[in-house]
Design a protein around this ligand. Sequence first.
Ligand SMILES: [Zn+2]
Ligand SMILES: [Zn+2]
Length: 139
Amino acid sequence: MTDAPAIRHGGCLCGAVRYEADWPPEALVLCHCTHCQKQAGSALSVVAALRRDALRIHGTLKTYEDRGTSGQPVWRKFCPECGSPVVTDTPAVEAQGMIFLKAGTLDETADLAPTLHYWTQSAQGWFPFDGQIACQKTQ
Ligand SMILES: [Zn+2]
Ligand SMILES: [Zn+2]
């Protein structure tokens, strides 16, 4: 027996894009940056950092080239049919052999256990921080 990772499945709202991800990820964080809020239409993004070979995508994502605070490109990839954001990538993340999955698109999310809040300086005021998860004002 090998201790192969569990595989999680997920996809966009309409199902045109599906993926498998080896689980658990290297990290699972919550991003309250204004760009994640805009793209998700929500308070935050749930972001899983995965090794690139741990994420296998079926279907075609469209890329919106955003800019991070560092001025570097941020490739926000989404389903062109239904608009669900699925992947975020940057040159630095790519160089590390990693990729960011929008973990809110997993089929099963009930047991997700994020360990860090990023960009809490732009968090929506109503968000009920519980003090249990570490916070960083920026990234
Ligand atoms: Zn879709
Ligand atoms: Zn963000």
